[in-house]
Design a binder for this molecule. Sequence first.
Ligand code: HEC
Ligand code: HEC
Length: 501
Amino acid sequence: MKIVVYASVFLALLLGGCGGDDRVDGSGNNVDKKLREKIDGFGLTGDPSADRNIPSVDDAKVQLGMKLFYTKALSLDFDAACVSCHHPLLGGGDNLSFPIGAEAMDPNLLGPGRLHKNTGNSFFDGGPTVPRNAPTTFNAALFDVGMFWDNRVESKTGTTGANGGDADNILMPGQSDSERIDSLVGNLPSTQALFPITSAEEMRSFGHAELQNGDAVRHYLSDRLSGANGNEDLSERARNVWLEAFQKGFNTPDGNASTLITIENIASAIGEYERSQLFIDNPWKAYIEGDIDAISESAKKGALLFYSGYDEGGANCVQCHSGDFFSDGALYVMAVPQVGRGKNHDASTEDYGRANITLNDEDKYKFRNMSLLNISQTGPWGHSGAFTSLKAIVKHMLNPDESVQNYNPYTELKQRGIAVQCNDVEVNTAHALEQLHVNRQKGISPHKNVVFTEEQVNQLVAFLETLTDPCVEDSQCLSAWIPDPRSPNFELLQQLNATFQ
Ligand code: HEC
Ligand code: HEC
């Protein structure tokens, strides 16, 4: 009896000691219990696809979309496809800080070996020409707010679960980024698909001066596939194969080329292919569902840091990377280093982010908060691909001031030796950091700097690594999203057959 009393007093003291200190140390077996409280508190289920309509990769329209996603025939010079920068085997991206689209030396070569031709055109500066990092297309069906790093394709309602598909509710850029007009096509991914084909650096390239605006390029390309208006870029045989693919994809066996092969249908099918890329079955989901051995002790401690507030000694990542999709879709200044040629409305090397769309100074350097699903596979990270290790971007998210101070683009970037695009990093990044400070002072930015030990940073990284669906690391599993080069008509459809370096 006496022993039991002593034991319980001892236990009470022990527990009291822990309870009195509400900092997150994740010590002892308490970590599962504390984590369960967080999971319940934030209402997490592990499944961001619940109540969504996700197409199967076997759907006829998805299969058509896959052919379109892989075809070089949607680039004016037949030298780039969507997949040039968004390959499933590269995490739905390109494994580059800055993409190279049109005018690559070898259009079929993806990854760090991909180089830009020295074309002598005035836009080429010795490095990649695209100003921002290519985000993944994986889980495109889970976005409800907007697409692109600045949300310039944006749902007017943001309706949860709608993917922008609640009729007539998407705004997109018109003739300039800041001119917003209504989208003509179904949802966020299909609306987004209207833009890469009109971007000179990505797929349009620089010739064909007669095509004076985006719509002219779009119709030129749909006419190319359909053969309308005497556009004879493709052989009659190739056009017949495309017609058959559209007839199948839209379940209209007797449909004719001019009504089926339209820019709206092209965008809609590409969007469906992207929406079929659902990769959410990860160890963290298994843990939430009750398999407490699905993730390591270190990952559990990292999860606690992720979900705990500043006052509890946590990193409060969840205030922005919220829900089962790990993003609230909103725009924040995080001062990720401003590398690259820039994207702006004043011909500087700055990337003004959201302010390019709103022309409002308050939106300068704001970028969209990213989903963290499959994050270990989707690097380099940040809107400028500034970071090539997960640890480095995590350190930046914890403490942008310290990270910027230590940042060296010459060692950190995926593409080295592009000095011309690194010249203004220091001064441009200082502007973004200044904006973060101002936003904190005004109470617009909820972010606070956090000082963590190396061990805690490693724990956060270990947690992020549990968000990867094993399918995206398995070429066999991904093969459903990649056309087979041995399939008939592979060449006729100008499918890109990727090699990697
Ligand atoms: C040259 C490389 C390149 C090519 C080719 C390309 N993209 Fe992208 N993609 C990018 C870059 C860079 C961004 C980010 C641009 C921005 O935010 O300003 C992007 C953004 C996206 C996004 C938004 C993802 C998000 O998180 O919001 C989707 C979806 C996408 N691309 C699909 C496509 C499709 C579909 C095609 C073909 C029609 C295509 N891309 C062709 C480089 C490319
Ligand atoms: C105030 C909101 C906010 C907080 C808090 C925040 N993030 Fe982010 N996160 C963002 C935004 C915005 C971006 C995109 C920034 C950019 O590239 O300019 C981002 C990008 C990232 C990326 C890179 C995504 C990619 O695809 O390149 C990672 C990884 C990340 N955050 C992890 C974290 C972690 C871990 C924490 C907690 C330590 C955290 N974030 C805290 C807003 C936030």
